[in-house]
Design a protein around this ligand. Structure first.
Ligand SMILES: [Zn+2]
Length: 399
């Protein structure tokens, strides 16, 4: 109910000044100034990244139930950060329609956010911090200043629920199927036995609620992560401490490379989860929908060409080729897209988001194809007419 209303009215609270994943830091700083001036928020500097950028907490609400949420611990995973900008807009501006919703939240819960935690990595568009550390393997030893700050912050807040917000590779599929995982969830394990502690059960109930809402829109595209215990990961670390941790991962969404559709799911799922925590309705959730989700598998390529020609001149050898989009972070702050031939051979266990029958096609622009070769142009012909042109697909990426 609440989720559907949020979903229908999303455009009214979408922060339109952010429209792509690698948005300029200046935009974020300006927005942050606005949020911190709202009487409904308070902000606090928790420390600094290695390169001296402020790590800020934004707090909404004065209630006794503590919730923590952080995004972009991996610098190049910004989908949830865009959703947090939407959530901050939703919470900060006056809309009579949502007055009671927000009043309930403000009174019952305190939500503590650290958006864009690994700001150095976000600027470079790298997974790791400026020191080259993967924060999600740094929960135990806390070698990076950012991990120290996150761990100390969590222990100070002692949340009953926490949300660890990530992006995952676009090309995971939900089970061994052709269906791309749009959203993946995990109620992480808090110990090596995967014990169903009260904390993990709370997380699974929220994940179940999220799965139920998503299934109405994306019946085949929701997965869960493997729940094997990883003591160095923040999700497992926080679950072990009893912080009710839900891992929410944005995967791929077809040609929506900027993941604006996934941003919308993130914003609505999180607002709905906060509300269910405030009203305690999460307690009535079961966990079977969550438990029944297929796991993330690597089963797809962006484009799979079956029986593609591997060389130009007779005799022509053929095999399947899997082409994936490759992203490169440019100095000017943009992302450049190209194509890489990820694999060549008998790829019959795999699927393509786009599948092409290459049996009657011939190489036009290249003498031969190279595994791990990077391509901007690739044309295949049939009877000397263009039958496949990679640049048509490049245009889909860029539009
Ligand atoms: Zn991540």
């Amino acid at each position: 109910m609440m989720f559907n209303s949020l979903f229908e009215q999303y455009e009214s609270f979408q922060e339109k000044r952010i429209s792509n994943r690698r948005f300029p830091e200046k935009i974020w700083d300006d927005l942050f100034q606005e949020w911190s001036q709202s009487p409904l928020f308070s902000s606090r500097k928790l420390g600094e990244t290695f390169e001296g950028k402020d790590i800020q907490e934004i707090r909404f609400g004065q209630g006794p139930i503590h919730i923590a949420a952080w995004s972009q611990m991996h610098g190049d995973e910004a989908t949830a950060t865009m959703a947090l900008a939407d959530i901050f807009l939703f919470l900060s501006y006056n809309l009579n329609k949502w007055f009671e919703f927000k009043a309930e939240l403000h009174q019952k819960v305190s939500i503590f956010f650290i958006p864009r935690l690994n700001a150095d990595g976000a600027n470079r568009w790298t997974r790791e911090t400026a020191l080259g550390i993967d924060m999600n393997r740094d929960a135990r030893t806390q070698n990076s200043p950012e991990a120290k700050i996150l761990a100390r912050w969590l222990d100070e807040i002692k949340p009953i629920f926490s949300f660890n917000l990530h992006d995952q590779n676009r090309l995971y599929s939900a089970g061994k199927t052709p269906h791309q995982t749009h959203i993946a969830l995990l109620a992480t394990a808090g110990d090596e036995h995967g014990t169903w502690t009260a904390s993990r059960l709370r997380a699974a109930k929220i994940a179940n609620r999220m799965a139920r809402h998503l299934q109405a829109y994306l019946p085949n595209n929701i997965a869960k992560w493997s729940d094997e215990y990883e003591a160095r990961a923040f999700g497992d670390f926080a679950q072990g401490k009893g912080y009710g941790l839900v891992l929410l991962e944005s995967g791929g969404a077809g040609w929506d490379l900027e993941k604006q559709s996934l941003r919308k799911y993130n914003a609505c799922l999180l607002l709905d989860a906060f509300y269910s925590i405030a009203t305690e309705s999460w307690r009535k959730e079961e966990t079977h929908l969550y438990q029944g989700l297929p796991t993330n598998e690597r089963q797809i390529f962006d484009i799979l060409i079956k029986k593609a020609p591997l060389n130009q001149h007779e005799p022509i050898y053929r095999a399947d080729i899997g082409l994936n989009i490759q992203e490169t972070a440019k100095e000017d702050g943009s992302i450049e897209y190209a194509w890489i031939i990820e694999d060549v051979g008998d790829l019959s266990p795999w699927y393509g988001l786009t599948e092409i029958d290459g049996e009657a096609l011939h190489l036009q622009t290249e003498k031969m194809l190279k595994k791990e070769g990077v391509y901007h142009h690739l044309v295949l012909t049939k009877n000397n007419e263009v039958a496949f042109d990679l640049s048509n697909y490049t245009q889909k990426i860029q539009s």
